[in-house]
Design a protein around this ligand. Structure first.
Ligand code: MN
Length: 444
């Protein structure tokens, strides 16, 4: 696959750089997930290095309400990263300068504003270029000295489960050549203190071990490893034993082979961070999910104090997530003919639980949805797998149509999508969703 940057994309990035250079103050809007925080951080650092002033606002979603925030922000120049694709026409109608660096499904092409999206150049933004990829390409276009920010972009790519081909492949090649990033062979054995790391592990989520202190102790005993050992200090033999026991458990709980491959996939070590891309993504993710988005952006900019505070937040966040995952695994998902779903009203963490359930304990023949109806407007998240997409599943259109059928809105990627609708219509919504996904899959 082609790992170069198309000329038309380079032209658009130059246009973006030109626009930004013409302003002293820029308002940055981005998504609150790992990719969105990484994108905002890359842009923030680029603006700082250019001597520009800026404000960054991270949004949980772009809808009519949050769009009003952008419309009324008062800045003469706005950059929107990891968001925007669904509001291009509205953004086009604004009077200020707008740069959109997104990778979500293209709904409309821009006529006035500067719009950068891999899909516009025939590159699949679900796999080969995410918000932080586009932000990093923009940063490098502004100044070649911004190549170091590729480390932050890799955390965003990890967060969005991107593949290292296409535009991501271009950044990988450049980063390896410059010795900024090193690819290392992966392992299911965590590097830190094993009793903690195995307990907190949701990637992989190992039934009977994750969120289960006795299970962790038993696993270590079976592997003949002392309880106070760290993964990085194991002998080759200990590592092999622990890794095979974990794989055995994953196979027993029915985890698909491709998930196991991703779980133990290549690690990308980041030169300046003492972390790999997954570790930095986890810091961003925790900040975003705990509403500490400003801290997330400061972490991405390399602020030492913020990195320390974020590590504390991460630990607590991971504990809550693993406990919610264990509880959901215990009670199981609601099975319908074409979808499976769960109610996350009490725990929250809808999207992250959805991903864990889809990969590690749900039925992998059906897309997984989580619904949080704690407020008047319910939030829904959906996850599929590559295999389900090959069968015809498209969660972007499924959630768009099912949400709008009950008076809400939805959309996103074919493999991961979200939406909202009136909580009172939850029963109608799941029926509609089941019908839509059923029709998608049987159409093939
Ligand atoms: Mn993204």
């Amino acid at each position: 696959m082609d790992r170069s940057v198309p000329n038309k994309l380079l032209d658009e990035l130059s246009k973006a750089a030109e626009i930004v250079r013409g302003h002293n103050f820029i308002h940055v809007f981005s998504h609150y997930d790992a990719d969105g925080i990484a994108s905002a951080g890359i842009i923030a650092k680029t603006l700082l290095r250019e001597g520009k002033e800026f404000t960054a606002t991270l949004l949980t979603t772009l809808d009519d309400t949050t769009f009003e925030q952008i419309r009324n922000c008062g800045a003469e120049c706005v950059i929107i990263s990891d968001l925007g694709a669904s509001y291009i026409e509205e953004l086009d109608a604004m009077s200020c300068d707008v740069v959109v660096l997104d990778h979500h499904t293209v709904c409309a092409e821009a006529s006035r504003i500067c719009y950068v999206n891999p899909h516009l150049y025939g590159i699949d933004g679900m796999k080969y270029g995410c918000g932080s990829t586009m932000s990093c390409l923009f940063a490098i276009r502004m100044d070649h000295r911004n190549w170091d920010l590729v480390q932050v972009a890799f955390a965003g790519m990890y967060g969005d489960r991107q593949e290292m081909e296409g535009l991501n492949g271009f950044l990988l090649d450049g980063a390896v050549k410059r010795e900024i990033i090193k690819a290392e062979s992966g392992s299911v054995v965590p590097r830190g203190k094993l009793t903690d790391e195995l307990y907190l592990s949701t990637e992989p989520y190992v039934r009977g071990v994750s969120g289960n202190a006795e299970g962790v102790a038993a696993l270590l005993k079976d592997a003949g490893i002392p309880r106070d050992a760290a993964g990085s200090g194991l002998s080759d033999e200990e590592r092999r034993r622990l890794s095979s026991l974990i794989f055995l458990k994953l196979a027993e709980q029915g985890v698909a082979a491709d998930t196991m491959e991703i779980t133990s996939g290549t690690r990308y070590a980041l030169r300046d961070w003492g972390l790999d891309s997954a570790g930095l993504a986890s810091l961003f993710d925790s900040c975003g999910r705990c509403g500490q988005t400003g801290m997330g952006v400061a972490v991405a900019c390399g602020d030492r104090d913020s990195i320390e505070s974020a590590a504390d937040i991460e630990r607590e966040y991971r504990r809550e997530v693993v406990q919610s995952a264990t509880a959901l695994d215990g009670r199981g998902l609601n099975q319908m003919s074409s979808v499976q779903w769960f109610d996350s009203t009490r725990s929250g963490y809808t999207g992250v639980l959805c991903g864990i359930a889809m990969s590690y304990f749900g039925d992998h023949s059906k897309p997984t949805f989580g619904i949080n109806s704690s407020e008047e407007t319910a939030k829904v998240s959906g996850r599929a797998t590559g295999k389900l997409l090959a069968k015809g599943a498209d969660l972007s259109s499924a959630l768009r149509d099912a949400c709008s059928a009950v008076g809400g809105t939805g959309g996103g990627h074919r493999i991961a999508s979200g939406g909202s609708f009136p909580s009172a219509r939850t029963d109608d919504f799941v029926k509609k969703l089941n019908d839509i996904v059923g029709a998608q899959v049987s159409a093939r």
